[in-house]
Every structure is written in C-alpha cells, then in structure tokens.
Design a protein around this ligand. Structure first.
Ligand SMILES: NC(=O)c1ccc[n+]([C@@H]2O[C@H](COP(=O)([O-])OP(=O)(O)OC[C@H]3O[C@@H](n4cnc5c(N)ncnc54)[C@H](O)[C@@H]3O)[C@@H](O)[C@H]2O)c1
Length: 348
C-alpha cells in the first residue's frame, strides 16, 4: 500500500531566489516572467529555443538563455541553482497544429522528461507543469452542451491523440517525482488561454486570436467575408492570460495541491459562432460567415468545472471574455498594422 508523504514547510521564497521559466519566448511563460518581475523577483532565468528577436517579450533584468530543452545537457545548465522551475516549453499550437502534428506534440515528452530530472538533480524546491484540458477523456466531450470537466474525468483515460496523451504522461512524471523522490510538483490543467503577446498568425494560433486576426484582415481588405473552421457550433471556455499567471502562482505555492492536477480555466462557455459575434462587436462590423467543414474542429464541447479550484484556493479565473477579448483585439490590431508597415513582429 502507498504511504502518503509528509509535506515539509518551505522557508518563504526570497525575492532573489532563482526562478527558472522555460518557453519564455512564447505566450504564457513570457507573461509569467513579467508577472514575477512585477512582483519584485530579481533573478529570473528565461529560456526558449527561439532566437531572442522572435520572443514576444524581453523582461527587464532577466537572464535570457536561448537553449533547446529537449536536450539533457541543456536542461542541466538551465536548472542550475533553481529554487523554482516553471516548465512551459512545448511544441504546441491551436487545433490546426495539434491535429496535424501529433508526432511533434508527442516529442515534447523529451522536454518534460529531461527538465524534471534536471530540476530534481539541481535540488529545485518546486516544479510547475502546465497540463491541458486535452488530457481529458474525449468521449465526455461529444456534445456542445457539455457537462463541465472535473479533475477525475481524465481517467479512465482516452486523451486527445498526440498532444493530450503527452500531457497525461507528463502529469504522471510529476506525480511520481513527488511520490518516489519527494520533489514538490504542481500540475494545472489549462483550458484555452488567450491574451496579448501570444501567437496570432502562422498556423499555431488558437480560436480567439485567429478570429481577431481574420476580422482585422477583412476590415483592412474591405472584403466583408469570413471563413470559420467547422460549423461554428463547438463550445469552449477561454481564460484571460492575467488569470492564468495569477493561478499558476497560487497553485505552485499551495501545499495541498502538490502532485494534484487541478483545472485552471474559465467557466464561461461560448460557441465559436458566439465568440465571433463578440469580436465583431468589438470591431464594429458584421461579416458574412462561411463554414469550412473539412477544417480541424476538435471536440464538440469543453468547459472547466471549477468546483475544486474554488474549494482549494477560494478563487477562480474571473476576467470576462468581453473584457479580455477587447484587450486582445487591440493588441493584435497593433501587431497587424506594425507588420503591414514593414516592422518585425513576433507571431509564434
Ligand atoms: N495556450 C493555451 O491555451 C494552453 C492550453 C493548455 C496548455 N498549455 C500549455 O502551456 C504551455 C505554454 O503554452 P503557450 O500557449 O505559451 O505556447 P507557446 O507556443 O506560445 O510557447 C511555448 C514556447 O516553448 C518554446 N519551445 C518549444 N520547444 C522548445 C524546446 N525544445 N526548448 C526550448 N523552448 C522550446 C517555443 O519556442 C515557444 O516559445 C505549453 O506546455 C502548453 O502545452 C497552453
């Protein structure tokens, strides 16, 4: 029979403790690096394999490393001296990417396998892993009027092919590094995150960014048509980035949540059709909709059951989709116009 580990209290995190954030040239990790800098942490090591000029953000004062963390020796270098590690590097994207590049998604297992071992060997105190709603059993997501997914719905397992299975096995690594080796690991299952400084073009973008860009393009080209992937009926919830970074921090520093997957997502369910209506309202236009029924569409419905996070943290993501989308639309429009004017902008 398994014995439960006793959780020893950490000494409080000091502002000059080294925080390592991988995937920091990308969306969530870049915003997380900024979040911790704003909180006053002075030693942040930001890591990504993309060249520095392609990072969305460069956080002032951070040590920026351009390294591929699917290689073991790089992971050792990255984790040296780390008190906390936030492992957000992954080969990922929206539906179009994860349905088409399942092998690439599965190969992220190299990143997670080497990073967690390197963190453990470096004596890291806490390790954060971003799992996904794609880890949930797809058989529970076949109706747009979906019952929101609760944490126990991952098993019996029938995760999303490729991406979802990689997430599930990486969660398991986190659980066993705690059970067998005593490293405090924390696992959040994100439900679609959106906001500024994320992918908005190029094939890896998710629905909110893709719809904002398509509307901006339609207005710019004065072609008032838009093509949606699928029939517009699938439903999802979308979490604004500021809720995501705050939630990561809260989950990582909650001893009751060690090695315990928890939903981190919004509970506000919308159809893709409705999401487009919201973007149109922000832009002040109405476009003629066309539906590409051969495009990737994903599961029929997916929402986050927030009972557990409310109970554990007395908190849940709160930014309304209307508010978050307005900020995101403005940011994407700015990027679009900069690119049109010949300036270099990150897209993904
Ligand atoms: N964005 C979402 O809605 C969402 C939902 C669920 C889970 N997640 C998870 O959150 C994490 C971050 O997602 P994101 O949306 O910020 O993605 P992102 O693509 O914007 O960022 C990931 C970053 O990882 C980097 N990367 C990839 N392989 C690398 C490697 N071998 N070495 C170093 N860097 C590497 C990429 O260059 C990229 O900048 C991922 O693990 C993702 O699966 C995201």
């Amino acid at each position: 029979m398994e014995t439960k580990r006793v959780v020893e209290k950490d000494s409080p995190l000091k502002k000059d403790d080294l925080i390592v954030i991988t995937g920091a040239g990308g969306f969530i990790a870049g915003n997380l690096a900024l979040y911790f800098t704003k909180k006053g942490f002075t030693r942040i090591r930001a890591v990504d394999k993309k060249p520095l000029y392609e990072w969305y953000q460069h956080v002032p004062g951070a040590e920026n490393l351009c390294l591929d963390v699917s290689h073991e020796e790089n992971c050792r270098r990255v984790c040296e001296g780390a008190v906390e590690v936030y492992q957000l590097a992954a080969d990922m994207g929206g539906m179009g990417f994860i349905e088409r590049f399942r092998v690439e998604c599965l190969r992220s297992i190299l990143i997670n396998t080497h990073m967690i071992e390197a963190a453990y060997r470096a004596g890291t105190r806490r390790y954060f892993y971003p799992s996904s709603a794609c880890a949930y059993n797809v058989l529970l997501q076949q109706d747009p009027k979906v019952r929101a997914l609760k944490e126990s719905d991952a098993y019996p397992a029938m995760a999303e092919r490729g991406y979802g299975w990689e997430k599930l096995i990486s969660e398991m690594f986190c659980q066993e590094y705690w059970a067998e080796r005593g490293m405090k690991t924390h696992i959040a299952r994100f439900h679609n995150v959106y906001g500024p400084n994320g992918t908005w073009d190029g094939g890896r973008e998710k629905a909110p960014a893709a719809l904002c860009r398509k509307v901006i393009e339609a207005i710019d080209k004065q072609d008032m048509n838009i093509t949606l992937w699928g029939d517009g009926t699938p439903t999802r919830s979308f979490m604004y980035i500021d809720d995501c970074t705050k939630g990561i921090d809260m989950i990582m520093h909650c001893d009751e949540l060690i090695a315990t997957p928890i939903n981190l997502g919004s509970h506000e369910l919308v159809s893709i059709n409705r999401l487009l209506s919201k973007v149109e309202k922000i832009a002040g236009v109405k476009l003629k909709r066309h539906y590409d029924l051969n495009a990737p569409r994903g599961v029929a419905g997916r929402n986050s059951d927030n009972t557990f996070i409310r109970k554990m943290l007395k908190w849940e993501p709160k930014t309304s989709l209307d508010d978050g989308l307005a900020i995101t639309y403005a940011w994407i429009k700015e990027q679009y116009l900069k690119r049109k004017a010949g300036q270099r902008v990150g897209i993904g």
